[in-house]
Design a protein around this ligand. Structure first.
Ligand SMILES: Nc1ncnc2c1ncn2[C@@H]1O[C@H](COP(=O)(O)OP(=O)(O)OP(=O)(O)O)[C@@H](O)[C@H]1O
Ligand SMILES: [Mg+2]
Length: 509
């Protein structure tokens, strides 16, 4: 074992060791971060941190939890830990989880927490809640010491020296960063928390069953697979509500479950606590489940079976929902419709929603069950809508024209003045009241699963729109969210506000 690697400990080992050192009267200093590139700013920070105590502990964020955007981290957690451990002044190194930022500080309880200068402002902006309300919870008695010396950051070096994006995307980002600075964007995003949002749409549970092929069945023409494992997530409107609830403090969700196998406990356990759920039930049917079988090795979907009844809900159920909507709708700043076309949202309901919503945003999702039937022109003049390209083409019955022609047809057909069409790997194209057409590229560097990316895009852009943000900024935010969402399997978890801000911070450097 090389000498420096002995400094790298597991968290339990480290905590035990520090307990002993503390008993001997040693002052413990902690520095925490990604440490992707060791540059003069980092060296200066390490020197200053060490000067504040006897023992310097550096916690290095696990690859999985690095949320610095595309291409990051450049080096693996083990390489990064070894780099830091090679510095003479560093006494111990530990690779830590950071899913909730700074959670390791609670375990390590340093006397001094050393923070680099360039992170001071960023942390306060991005992790404001931790630094204000929960500071004592995370940092207990630790003193926070701000080191000087981070005159430039790894992100700047990575952005400018490594070719992560094509030239057009770099030029786009340069132009955007001249127009909007990071703090302006953070303030805008933070202002969304006071929006009162009502979400209405079909409830869907997503199941992923992973398997591996064994061989051909003896008496039929099929490959038999062996079950490996499965995962179950809140999908559809539940996923949309979880995305929005990370941005806005007050979210009400109106949705439909099946009376027979409602899965209500599972759904509630996987909704964010600030979502108020108003469930209605379809008699004689289960809550909709979409079950996919996936070849685990190739990560390829083999087969899907949906458990659903998807005709329109009966009149009794419709009347109950309409009564609720008539009372509630006018109280919300934004009504967000997630119409998956599975029978919850009736024509009568649409009329009420259009009449009583102060600001109405709509997505009509195309899927196997509703192909061609669930079109945006069921709605009249929504204030904002978001579709993908096939959904836009189906609605205008225009398969081949340039997308800009489709956009103009849509704006006339719906009398809508602000909308965005997502274009998968080509980003998005948007249209506003000034008849501007705004194209935005993708910022994704790796794609794991694109399912749910459009829902995440819509969930973030609708609140941004309703706060009056300009189309270019809203489209930029949407594609940042899209880039994060394509790295998440289906709707396994929602895109979080702080990771989106980390990503934006990196892009604008
Ligand atoms: N293959 C991809 N490569 C890079 N980015 C992608 C890709 N697919 C999607 N994105 C990002 O996600 C955003 C939304 O994706 P997309 O247009 O596929 O939505 P969608 O078809 O509505 O998805 P879904 O309905 O499954 O949620 C895009 O604007 C883009 O930023
Ligand atoms: Mg979609």
């Amino acid at each position: 074992m090389e000498e420096h690697t002995k400094k790298i400990l597991f968290l339990v080992e480290l905590v035990a060791k520090l307990e002993k050192l503390r008993a001997e009267g040693k002052v413990i200093v902690q520095s925490h971060g990604v440490f992707d590139l060791i540059h003069p700013g980092i060296i200066k920070h390490i020197n200053l941190a060490k000067s504040q105590g006897d023992i310097l502990v550096v916690t290095v964020i696990k690859d999985r939890d690095v949320r610095r955007g595309p291409g990051r981290p450049v080096f693996s957690e083990h390489q990064r830990a070894e780099n830091v451990a090679s510095l003479q002044l560093v006494d111990y190194v530990c690779i830590v989880e950071d899913e909730t930022p700074f959670q390791c500080v609670k375990r390590i309880k340093p006397d001094v927490f050393a923070r680099g200068q360039s992170y001071k402002e960023r942390d306060q902006k991005i992790h404001q809640r931790i630094f204000d309300e929960e500071k004592s919870l995370y940092f207990g008695k630790s003193r926070i010491y701000e080191t000087e010396g981070f005159s430039f950051s790894s992100s700047q070096i990575v952005n400018n020296s490594l070719n992560i994006y094509p030239d057009e995307t770099k030029a786009f980002l340069e132009k955007l960063s001249r127009k909007y600075n990071f703090n302006f964007i953070v303030d805008k995003i933070n202002s969304l928390n006071k929006l009162r949002v009502l979400i209405i749409g079909d409830g869907i549970i997503d199941e992923y069953h992973y398997c591996s092929p064994m061989g051909k069945a003896t008496k039929s023409h099929l490959v038999v697979n062996k079950y490996i494992t499965h995962e179950i997530f809140n999908g559809g409107t539940f996923a949309v509500a979880n995305h929005v609830a990370g941005l806005c403090d007050s979210v009400t969700m109106v949705t439909l479950l099946g009376r027979d196998d409602s899965k209500e406990d599972f759904i509630m356990n996987n909704l964010k606590p600030n979502i108020k759920a108003k469930f209605y039930y379809r008699d004689g049917a289960p809550t909709i489940v979409k079950k996919r079988y996936i070849n685990e090795y190739l990560n390829q979907k083999l087969f899907e079976i949906d458990y659903m009844v998807d005709d329109y809900i009966n009149q009794e159920c419709e009347a109950a929902i309409i009564e609720f909507l008539q009372k509630e709708l006018p109280q919300y700043d934004l009504v967000l419709v997630a119409d998956f076309g599975h029978g919850l949202i009736t024509k009568k309901m649409i009329k009420i929603i259009e009449r009583l919503s102060r600001v109405l945003a709509v997505n009509t999702q195309r899927n196997a069950a509703n192909e061609g039937y669930n079109l945006i022109n069921k709605y009249r003049a929504p204030h904002f809508f978001c579709l993908d390209e096939p959904e836009a083409r189906l609605a205008t019955r225009d398969k081949f024209s340039d997308i800009e022609v489709v956009i103009k047809t849509l704006s006339k057909m719906l009398e809508s003045q602000y909308f965005i069409i997502t274009l998968g790997k080509s980003g998005s194209i948007g249209y506003n009241a000034s008849r501007e057409i705004v194209r935005t590229p993708v910022f994704s560097s790796k794609v794991i699963d694109t399912v749910g990316a459009g829902d995440a895009f819509y969930s973030f852009t609708a609140p941004c729109f309703s706060q009056g943000m300009p189309l270019d900024l809203v489209s930029f935010i949407g594609n940042v969210v899209g880039a994060i969402a394509v790295q998440i399997v289906g709707n396994k978890r929602s895109v979080e506000r702080h990771e989106m801000l980390e990503f934006i911070n990196t892009l604008l450097k």
